[in-house]
Design a protein around this ligand. Structure first.
Ligand SMILES: Cc1cc2nc3c(=O)[nH]c(=O)nc-3n(C[C@H](O)[C@H](O)[C@H](O)COP(=O)(O)OP(=O)(O)OC[C@H]3O[C@@H](n4cnc5c(N)ncnc54)[C@H](O)[C@@H]3O)c2cc1C
Length: 406
């Protein structure tokens, strides 16, 4: 059977596209450079516990990932994170709970006590001016950072929004288009006339429950189930096939790997995972984890997830131990020691070296730029859809449907 489509890259973007095309009866060849499928959705074992080595949750927005998980038989294993929420480590002082009632750190009520605690009263009053500044529209290319700075001021941007956006997208809000960072916010702003009111309206309209969910056993199960599903369909999966030129590949070419079209514009992200014994952590002292503001004194990590506080299934599997994930965009010397010291400071607990039962370092490269594909070539995955499984799955489905309709 001739190949209808060749997909380059077997991360979530490539796998979802391959599945959708094969479901419609098309023949697909999928070329993956490494010896496994899933890309940044991967698992690893640390101190005998099976953990996620990359993505560990998905945005529930629009239900796209949940629908895919259901189709793959993972529906009963979709789980909500624990309630307490995340904390924020400001540039100076101690960590504080991330203000409730916000969106990506943008406060719905700038004069709320939990907002004032992070940015101070003068900055909160500046942010409140958002309610009276006339809304004259946003240019199509506006970044989230430009919008927040204009309407609520620099302190809200740098102290609240930047750490949250960095934790989700690994970029500063000045470097992410508004519609990609916060789909629907521009429209809500147009209707409501102020940013705070837009945030409140989006929150009120959101379905009950958390904005994110996970999968019992880890997100890497999604990649495993996608791989198993492809074996039942007309997909010729070839591992160890690093594509260097797309000319000559059979059928319509779909690029699902960063770096194939653009010069590999990537940024390194290092994830340090610690499995520790610590009674002090049993009470989840910083909720599900801590987002770190840029310039936080003496802390090198950009974010810490207390994974066993966040996911009940993991708490059960860890049998009294704790799993901490710390991400770094600039890797310190002696990562294990740095991660342990950062965890001590961010969580305000003592973690001697002897408390560490397992440590793992994983390095990922994240695309820094979008690509414009040559005529006839389709791009899916993070370089086209933006970061995050919800955006990538929705975009891959839409691109596959478009190809099928042509
Ligand atoms: C540490 C970390 C944590 C994250 N946490 C979350 C989270 O909790 N929730 C969330 O929604 N998102 C999260 N993300 C982001 C999310 O994981 C990614 O946006 C998504 O997995 C990217 O999928 P992709 O298919 O676009 O690319 P990738 O996963 O990068 O897959 C690309 C694939 O292409 C292959 N490839 C590369 N070059 C070639 C070539 N020349 N020829 C053939 N194959 C090639 C690669 O080997 C890889 O398998 C996280 C990212 C990181 C790094």
């Amino acid at each position: 059977m001739p190949t209808d489509f060749t997909i380059v890259g077997g991360g979530i973007g490539g796998l979802v596209t391959a599945r959708r095309l094969a479901q419609a009866g098309r023949s697909v060849m999928l070329l993956e450079a490494s010896d496994r499928l899933g890309g940044t959705v991967a698992g690893h074992e640390v101190a005998g516990i099976e953990l996620d080595a990359g993505a560990e949750s998905f945005a529930t927005r629009a239900g796209t990932v949940a629908a895919l998980a259901q189709e793959l038989g993972l529906g009963p294993d979709i789980v909500q994170p624990a309630e307490p929420g995340a904390w924020l480590q400001p540039a100076t002082g101690h960590a504080v709970p991330l203000p409730a009632a916000g969106l990506l750190g943008i406060p719905g009520t700038p004069l709320a006590a939990d907002v004032i605690k992070v940015i101070g009263m003068p900055a909160a009053m500046r942010a409140e001016l958002d309610a009276v500044i006339p809304y004259l529209g946003t240019g199509a290319a506006t970044t989230l950072g430009a919008l927040v700075r204009r309407r609520m001021g620099r302190a809200v941007l740098e102290k609240l929004v930047a750490p949250v956006v960095y934790g989700v997208h690994s970029v500063h809000p000045d470097d992410i288009p508004l519609d990609r960072a916060a789909p629907g916010l521009r429209a809500a702003l147009g209707m409501q006339g102020s940013l705070a009111a837009a945030v409140r309206s989006l929150r009120a309209a959101a379905p009950a429950g958390s904005a994110i969910a996970g999968i019992r056993g880890g997100m890497h199960r999604l990649a495993e189930e996608l791989e198993a599903d492809l074996t039942t369909r007309a997909v010729d999966v070839q591992l160890g096939r690093r594509v260097t030129a797309i000319d000559g590949l059979p059928g319509t070419v779909i690029v699902a790997a960063p770096g194939v079209l653009a010069s590999a514009n990537g940024r390194k992200v290092v994830l340090a995972t610690l499995v520790v014994e610590s009674g002090e952590l049993d009470t989840s002292p910083r909720g599900t984890g801590v987002l770190v503001a840029a310039g936080a004194e003496g802390i090198r990590a950009r974010a810490l997830t207390h994974a066993t506080a966040k996911w009940e299934w993991l708490r059960e599997r860890a049998a009294g131990r704790h799993v901490l994930r710390l991400s770094y965009d600039s890797e310190p010397e002696n990562l294990e020691q740095a991660a342990r010291e950062d965890a001590e400071r961010l969580l305000d607990v003592s973690l001697p070296a002897a408390a560490v039962q397992g440590f793992a370092r994983v390095e990922w490269t994240r695309p820094t730029s979008q690509v414009t594909p040559p005529d006839g070539v389709v791009v899916v995955g993070e370089t086209a859809a933006g970061s995050g499984l919800a955006a990538i799955v929705a975009h891959a489905n839409a691109q596959a449907d478009l190809l099928l309709s042509e």
